[in-house]
Design a protein around this ligand. Structure first.
Ligand SMILES: [Zn+2]
Length: 174
């Protein structure tokens, strides 16, 4: 191994949920209400850096990542419709259905924006006190297609992202 080489450790956990959406202003069939069996891959690192493990040898127990992330997904996105806040037509339609479950997104519910939302808003909130930071979130919309959101920059950058995330979360919390 090279003298300056450093081994970085991270965990990846897969999570699955089902949700409906449509893409506001999409030029083709994604403008219609439809749904996907989504898969999320979330990668986490120790908040202090990529080399820390606990006395057992873990960054964090896999079950805690699953528990925290999946309970948020179950409560908010699973079997719900994800609708862009500017899509007033879809919002009016979904509010007519009883019972209904929907989640208002600050951006169009593409896989890209969903990955970004999970990384910047959801993960800091639900994983914060575990001593880990989500570094990357991939949202698989089909078996072939996924979008990836990655946190870049130093610890200061992470702090900024967390602060912004809390604001957004308050605004869209229902
Ligand atoms: Zn779709």
């Amino acid at each position: 191994m090279h003298d300056s080489a450093v081994t970085q450790l991270s965990l990846i956990r897969q999570l699955k949920f089902c949700a409906g959406h449509r893409l506001y202003r999409h030029e083709s069939k994604c403008a219609f209400f439809h749904g996907h069996n989504y898969r999320v891959d979330i990668e986490v690192v120790a908040a202090g850096g990529g080399v820390e493990v606990d006395s057992v040898g873990r960054i964090v127990d896999f079950s805690l990542i699953k528990q925290r992330m999946l309970s948020w997904l179950d409560a908010n996105w699973d079997h719900a419709f994800l609708i862009f806040e500017e899509d007033s037509n879809a919002l009016a339609a979904i509010r007519m259905v009883e019972p209904t479950k929907y989640f208002v997104m600050p951006s169009n519910p593409t896989a890209e924006n969903m990955a970004r939302y999970l990384l910047e808003v959801v993960a800091p909130g639900v994983l914060g006190n575990l001593g880990v930071v989500a570094r990357k979130v991939a949202v698989w919309e089909t078996d072939e297609s996924c979008a990836v959101a990655t946190l870049t920059g130093d610890a200061g950058g992470v702090g900024l992202a967390l602060a912004a995330a809390v604001l957004i979360d308050d605004r869209y919390d229902r």
